[in-house]
Write a protein that binds this ligand. Sequence first.
Ligand SMILES: Cc1cc2nc3c(=O)[nH]c(=O)nc-3n(C[C@H](O)[C@H](O)[C@H](O)COP(=O)(O)OP(=O)(O)OC[C@H]3O[C@@H](n4cnc5c(N)ncnc54)[C@H](O)[C@@H]3O)c2cc1C
Length: 381
Amino acid sequence: VTSPLGSVPDAIIVGGGVIGLSAAWLAARAGMRVSVVDPAPGRGAAWVAAGMLAPAGEAAYGEEALTRLHLAAAARWPSFAADLEEAAQDQVCYRACGTVAVAIDASDRTALEDVLEFKRSLGLRADPLSASECRRLVPALAPGIRGGAVFPDDHQVDNRRLVTALIEACRRSGVEMVSEEASALRRTPTGGVDGVELRDHRFLPAGAVVLAMGWRTRTIGGVPPEVLPPVRPVKGHILRLRGDPAEPLLERTVRALVHGRSCYLVPRLDGSLVVGATVEERGSDERLQAGAVHALLDDARQAVPGLDELELEECATGLRPGSPDNAPFVGWTSLERLAVATGHYRNGVLLAPVTADGVVALLAGADVAPVLAPFSPDRCL
Ligand SMILES: Cc1cc2nc3c(=O)[nH]c(=O)nc-3n(C[C@H](O)[C@H](O)[C@H](O)COP(=O)(O)OP(=O)(O)OC[C@H]3O[C@@H](n4cnc5c(N)ncnc54)[C@H](O)[C@@H]3O)c2cc1C
């Protein structure tokens, strides 16, 4: 069994989702020889995602270190997007449009006011708005909304254009794309890892292996599962609607609290509108369910009634790589030359650039940036 690559790459990245592709591209840019193993690169959770880059919207109680990482990630995005567009000769539609959060009823408004205080205490920009101020910023909002807030630093990128550009940037920078499923890691007599076995029985040797298989990261064979951090699938339903790009319904992202439930509406420059998303613990069930689609549409149209006029183009589900504390795992495992980059849960698109920087640092024998250091893979083992 031989490597189709001719010689041994510095690293094989298993999983070409937004995390693996970003890491592969930046590692190749840093001069490393890299391969990505994935039968369907870019078609995991990153394909169905909404592409919000939302440090303020996603800040949650008890997750202060994660919020600092989200902020660092948001700050990294403009240069990452510009470099990627240059490398791929393609657009990713990074859009610094900000986000308006709105409350539908009085208890939604109270809930929103409570979290605003918390978000501001973390240094996030989250400014309260009256109902009429919300409607001035977003004329399409329902007349009955009870108030809201603006998150001026919560932006977006077109996640599909992003992964498409990442694949092209990888290609142009010499990353070897191996279109096959990885089945197992091969162990060395000293307990490390020296390569990847593929489903078609080929073996690819590597200087190091990085597992970036999203929610499936723990399914790789050849290593005891307890060596790998606990990731699980967290299902999300999401919708894509189409309107007229010349007369966009929304100019910025809207997050809505609707009788205690959350939804968001993310407008794209091409006239499409992404409406998401449910958060469901249903194992690896990816079935599209009528009730979830109905609930999402119903909530979204209570915030933005003009939605009714748009064409419903796509209903989809995806599986986020969830972790016990909602934070990613990026670092070396206890097995020599085996690293992981997974568990990015609801924010893998936002976190892709800082995670990729971290993976490049690890492969170069350096430490990850201090802001990423709390997220080592052994913290939940
Ligand atoms: C509905 C929904 C909305 C979301 N919205 C946002 C958002 O607005 N903003 C945001 O930042 N994040 C969002 N996310 C989260 C984001 O999509 C994920 O955190 C991110 O995609 C994780 O990236 P990943 O590369 O780890 O996994 P994935 O994107 O799932 O990629 C994993 C890859 O690994 C490959 N793979 C798996 N097993 C193997 C194997 N054995 N061999 C080879 N390859 C394998 C798969 O084919 C896949 O390509 C959303 C997710 C969902 C589901």
